[in-house]
Design a protein around this ligand. Structure first.
Ligand SMILES: Cc1cc2nc3c(=O)[nH]c(=O)nc-3n(C[C@H](O)[C@H](O)[C@H](O)COP(=O)(O)OP(=O)(O)OC[C@H]3O[C@@H](n4cnc5c(N)ncnc54)[C@H](O)[C@@H]3O)c2cc1C
Length: 288
């Protein structure tokens, strides 16, 4: 099957891209790396009136910047740039680490952080990392900009709160906690995850953890923050009892899907096992 007919627009500036999205009254789609959009067009799962190709906007959307304590990554930054960026490596090592679990080299050479978030795959590694790192997503229309906390961005299976005429322009990250850990169970390496777990926090000299965040992928219709579990870990020293209790609380956000990759019961079975595993590894303070 071939894509349905569409107009092709190649803006030279972000303003031109916003104008094109506005003119098409919510019927246009942004084309970034095309790694998810092009297959969906080919299967006619989408029939946009126009594609607004942002690949010429690298100057405005393709930068990785350290702005004071914050790190700002433009929407058009490719997975491969994240993998090799010294700024990301120093400030957001978790981001660099999770990219290695995404697709293959070709996908990572083309796929972008903006596309990954707008795609809102419930198993997306980038989405999970943005949740656990407490990122803010910056979206733009002709009227101006709005900041959307990652925790409020995902709205359902492959759905986000982005409006059709909004362009995701950047992702802002606060300083990362001292320790991060990620685990993914897939059918094979680089396949979409069956289950993924990311956790982050900092530990004081007294051994108590602060700024704890725990996120799960593949367990619901969207990537989930396990807030109750994180609260049970906050301000505590972690022994086996604390970790077991948090792993049990993490089940509160699980409403696992049954799909071609795994059944719901299998996913549910994996959650406490791998939450415990990630927290124990984090307790040993491996920085990733
Ligand atoms: C073989 C293969 C394996 C893959 N494996 C994985 C995997 O293991 N894990 C994973 O997470 N993903 C995987 N993917 C998906 C991949 O990560 C995609 O690159 C990503 O989901 C979309 O990024 P993109 O830049 O290609 O976006 P596109 O495909 O261009 O766009 C995706 C969607 O986002 C919208 N969009 C893109 N950019 C913006 C923007 N700036 N503002 C507003 N809307 C925008 C588009 O309109 C479209 O709806 C895989 C893909 C392939 C083909």
């Amino acid at each position: 099957m071939k894509a349905a007919p569409f107009e092709y627009v190649k803006p030279a500036t972000v303003d031109e891209a916003l104008l094109a999205l506005d003119e098409h009254l919510g019927m246009a789609r942004v084309l970034a790396g095309g790694q998810s959009l092009v297959p969906m067009l080919g299967m006619r799962l989408m029939r946009p009136s126009a594609l607004v190709d942002i690949n010429g906007l690298g100057e405005e959307l393709g930068q990785i910047e350290a702005r004071g304590a914050e790190t700002v990554i433009g929407a058009l930054v490719r997975y491969a740039d994240i993998e090799t960026s010294p700024v990301v490596s120093e400030r957001l090592p978790l981001l660099r680490h999770v990219v290695r679990f995404i697709g293959d080299r070709q996908v990572r050479n083309r796929g972008t952080i903006g596309g990954a978030l707008a795609q809102a795959d419930p198993t997306g590694e980038m989405a999970l990392a943005c949740l656990v790192l407490d990122a803010t997503i910056v979206a733009c229309t002709l009227e101006g900009e709005r900041d959307i906390p990652a925790a409020e961005f995902f709205a359902g299976s492959y759905a986000s709160v982005l409006e059709a005429e909004e362009l995701l322009v950047a992702v802002r990250f606060p300083p990362a906690p001292d320790h991060c850990r990620f685990f993914e169970r897939g059918r094979k390496h680089n396949d979409f995850a069956v289950l993924s777990v990311a956790a982050a926090g900092s530990v004081g000299e007294d051994g108590a953890w602060t700024g704890v965040r725990l996120a799960l992928g593949g367990v619901n219709d969207r990537p989930m923050l396990a807030a109750a579990a994180a609260a049970a870990l906050e301000g505590r020293r972690w022994d086996d009892d604390v970790i077991d209790h948090a792993a049990a609380l993490a089940m509160e956000v699980v409403d696992a899907p049954d799909d071609v990759r795994a059944g719901a019961a299998y996913r549910e079975h994996l959650v406490p096992i791998h939450v415990r595993r990630v927290l124990r590894e984090l307790a040993h303070r491996e920085r990733r």
